[in-house]
Ligand binder design. Structure first.
Ligand SMILES: NC(=O)c1ccc[n+]([C@@H]2O[C@H](COP(=O)([O-])OP(=O)(O)OC[C@H]3O[C@@H](n4cnc5c(N)ncnc54)[C@H](OP(=O)(O)O)[C@@H]3O)[C@@H](O)[C@H]2O)c1
Length: 201
């Protein structure tokens, strides 16, 4: 598959590396560069930016008909809580901002460090929950998850992101130093990841 990962740092770099290792053609898209071209030429698109940045991206590319994998957990800037929840979720808000896109919640409970250990803990695959309203899309993303070595768990409709996002936020625990330490889990941790964005022009 041709896949775009928007957000090139911690989680974005890990997913770009893992999907590339699984044989996919993956484009790591930074702030605005190649965004519109990438979104028009790939399927699916992974949103691996902070939740606050997602609204920004809405007018910059046509997401209609696309599968959007929303990794974002809507944490507050100091990671002390969630910006939204209970009656909605980041994934549902993204869906309401992108008419015609199919939004999937996945990969949001995987701490970035797991990418560096091949998505295994003690030799066992890390689980990822996959929630989406469209069953076929859910199955596609579950297959992608399995291809990169994860154990996918079907989490049914997208509204279940209301439960999954607090879990994703809780993986940081009370110690957020590893999340905020500059350069601790950056693109440089996966230096051999190809990024053939010139093909997108
Ligand atoms: N870190 C984890 O362990 C973890 C685990 C599960 C889920 N998540 C979720 O995954 C998302 C990304 O987390 P992260 O830790 O990878 O964050 P990060 O290291 O801060 O990286 C965020 C990326 O988003 C890019 N970005 C920010 N604003 C943008 C915009 N307006 N347009 C395009 N790109 C933009 C940043 O670009 P610049 O470098 O140019 O700023 C950076 O590449 C978050 O929503 C987080 O809740 C994180």
């Amino acid at each position: 598959m041709r896949i775009a990962v928007i957000g090139r740092e911690s989680v974005g770099s890990g997913l770009t590396w893992a999907l590339g290792q699984a044989g996919h053609e993956v484009y790591a898209i930074g702030r605005n560069e190649y965004l519109s071209a990438a979104v028009s030429q790939v399927e699916p698109v992974v949103l691996a930016t902070p939740y606050g940045a997602v609204a920004d991206l809405a007018g910059k590319a046509d997401f209609a008909g696309k599968t959007l994998i929303a990794v974002s957990n809507p944490v507050t800037e100091d990671f002390s809580g969630l910006q939204l929840g209970h009656k909605t979720s980041a994934a549902e808000e993204i869906r309401s901002q992108r008419s015609g896109a199919t939004v999937v919640k996945a990969f949001n409970t995987i701490f970035v460090q797991h990418y560096e250990t091949g998505l295994k803990v003690n030799g066992q695959p890390v689980h990822t929950f996959v929630a989406a309203n469209d069953e076929a899309t859910r199955e596609t993303v579950k297959s992608l998850a399995a291809e990169i070595g994860l154990e996918p768990v079907d989490a049914d409709p997208l509204a279940n992101a209301r439960f999954l996002e607090p879990i994703g936020a809780s993986i940081f625990g009370s110690d957020t130093s590893s999340v905020t330490a500059p350069g601790s889990h950056r693109a440089g941790n996966f230096p051999d990841t190809p990024n053939p964005t010139e093909h997108l022009i």
